[in-house]
Design a protein around this ligand. Structure first.
Ligand SMILES: Nc1ncnc2c1ncn2[C@@H]1O[C@H](COP(=O)(O)OP(=O)(O)OP(=O)(O)O)[C@@H](O)[C@H]1O
Ligand SMILES: [Mg+2]
Length: 251
C-alpha cells in the first residue's frame, strides 16, 4: 500500500505516520516512510540516531544537476523532466528499527510548482517511490498538496487526511479533497485525531459531510509524551496502538 498523509498544520500527521510505520513493522511488513514536509520532523519521532547526518534529497545538488543535465548554480532553461531516480532510495535512505526513511527537503515542496531541476527530480523520485516500490510507503506531507504531481497521485492508494475536532482542520480537509480530485487521487479518507469525547466525534461526523471517515484516534497522554521525548513511538502500547492497527486494517 502507498499512503499519503496530509492535513492542517499540527493535527498530528507526523506522529501518526511514525506510529503507523511502527505498527506495520511490528506486523512483519517492510516499511518506507518519506518526509516530504518542509519541517522534517519524522527522523526525530522515529528516534533516528545522528539525524543531522541525513542529507535531504533536494540538497544533493551535484547529483540532481548530473541527472537533470544541468550545471550546479547555473540558470537551467532546459533540463530532463524525467531523470533517473531508481537507485536513490537504497543509496540515500536511512534505516532504523527496521523502518526506512527518506527525507526530501524543503525547496521544491514549497516552490509553488516551480519549474526547476530540483522540482523535476523530486517529482520523479516521488512518482518512482509510489509506483515502483514493493513495500508499504507512507508519505508525510504538508497540507499544501498543490505540489504533488499527477505522476505521484497515480501511485497513491489512499490519501489520508488527518483532522482534529476543529472547524478549520475540517475546512482544510475539504480543500485538500478538491485538490486531490483535480490531480487524480483515487481514494481519500479522513482520520479524526485527538478525540476526547462523543461530542467531538459527533462534531466531526456532522462537518466532514461527504468525505469518507476511516475512524478515530483518541486524545492520549502517552502519544503526547512522544513529542516530549518522555517515551518513544516504539514503546507505546495499549489503546493508541490498537486504534492505529484498526485504522490500517480498514485503509
Ligand atoms: N492523539 C493524540 N493525543 C495527544 N496528543 C497528540 C495526538 N496526536 C498528536 N498529538 C500531539 O500533537 C502535536 C502535533 O503533532 P504532530 O507534530 O504529529 O502534528 P503535524 O500535523 O505533523 O504538525 P506539522 O503540521 O507541524 O507537521 C504533538 O505534540 C503531538 O504529540
Ligand atoms: Mg509534521
Amino acid at each position: 500500500m502507498k499512503i499519503a498523509v496530509t492535513g492542517k498544520g499540527g493535527v498530528g500527521k507526523t506522529t501518526i505516520v511514525a506510529l503507523m510505520a511502527r505498527v506495520l513493522r511490528d506486523a512483519g511488513n517492510k516499511v518506507l516512510v518519506i518526509d516530504a514536509d518542509p519541517d522534517m520532523n519524522l527522523a526525530t519521532l522515529l528516534d533516528i540516531p545522528d539525524k543531522e547526518r541525513i542529507t535531504p534529497i533536494v540538497e544533493l545538488r551535484n547529483l540532481i544537476a548530473e541527472r537533470t543535465g544541468t550545471d550546479v548554480g547555473q540558470p537551467a532553461p532546459f533540463f530532463t523532466m524525467n531523470p533517473r531516480v531508481d537507485d536513490i532510495p537504497e543509496k540515500y535512505c536511512v534505516e532504523h528499527e527496521g523502518i526506512k526513511l527518506l527525507v526530501m527537503g524543503t525547496i521544491s515542496m514549497g516552490g509553488g510548482g516551480c519549474a526547476c531541476p530540483e522540482n523535476a527530480f523530486l517529482k520523479s523520485l516521488l512518482s518512482h517511490l509510489m509506483v515502483a516500490r514493493e513495500e508499504w510507503v507512507i508519505l508525510d506531507m504538508e497540507a499544501g498538496i498543490e505540489h504533488m504531481g499527477r505522476g505521484t497521485a497515480i501511485g497513491v492508494d489512499t490519501m489520508v487526511v488527518i483532522v482534529e475536532p476543529s472547524f478549520t482542520s475540517i475546512e482544510t480537509a475539504h480543500r485538500i479533497n478538491k485538490l486531490a480530485g483535480d490531480i487524480g487521487i483515487k481514494s481519500l479518507k479522513v482520520i479524526g485525531n485527538r478525540i476526547r469525547n462523543e461530542d467531538e466525534k459527533n462534531f466531526l461526523y456532522e462537518n466532514i459531510k461527504d468525505l469518507s471517515l476511516l475512524g478515530f484516534i483518541d486524545y492520549s497522554e502517552e502519544i503526547e509524551k512522544i513529542n516530549l521525548k518522555k517515551t518513544s513511538a516504539f514503546n507505546l502500547s495499549g489503546k493508541p496502538i490498537n486504534q492505529i492497527n484498526e485504522l490500517l486494517k480498514s485503509i
